[in-house]
Design a protein around this ligand. Structure first.
Ligand code: 4NP
Length: 155
């Protein structure tokens, strides 16, 4: 049985598709399954934002096959780890949790590199193209640490 990890943002078209692609690329896919979702429903069924696709491609990742979906309560049962991009995602996801076991699955993705500092991955949607490079770098650094920890823990 594989270990299941869910990356969550607001729209599931900018940040979490990158996070999904980056983390999946750092984990052996026979043991780990990585998915992503958004707390909002605007982009259900949509491909990632073209700027996320371009940033991923520049870094050797293909995320074009992803499709947006909305986070749902059942994800607490389906996934072992839930990484959120910012404090509003954290609040929205925790709000849907029904017990402490579910709450304990949820953590800010940048806690991996900035523990206890509550650092957000900024939403690049309304910003400039270089916002996507910044997001990529932050996520790549955090996912490197997360992947090493997961591999060590589930060997
Ligand atoms: P994301 O960015 O949460 O990183 O996917 C957003 C994309 C779209 C919207 C919000 C955030 N939106 O409101 O449509």
């Amino acid at each position: 049985m594989s270990v299941k990890i869910l990356m969550v943002c607001l729209g599931n078209i900018c940040r979490s598709p990158l996070a999904e692609g980056i983390l999946a690329s750092k984990l052996p896919n026979d043991k780990f399954f990585v998915d992503s979702a958004g707390t909002g429903s605007w982009h259900v069924g949509h491909s990632p934002d073209r700027r996320s696709i371009a940033t991923a491609k520049k870094n050797g990742l293909d995320i074009t096959n992803q499709k947006g979906r909305q986070f749902s309560r059942s994800d607490f049962d389906s996934f072992d780890y839930i990484f959120v991009m910012d404090s509003s995602n954290l609040r929205d996801v925790i709000h849907l949790a029904q017990n402490d076991t579910q709450k304990e699955k949820v953590q800010l993705v940048l806690d991996a590199i900035f523990p206890n500092e509550n650092v957000d991955v900024p939403d690049p949607y309304y910003g400039t193209a270089n916002g996507f490079d910044m997001v990529y770098q932050m996520l790549d650094d955090a996912c490197e640490v997360i992947a090493q920890r997961l591999i060590a823990k589930h060997r």
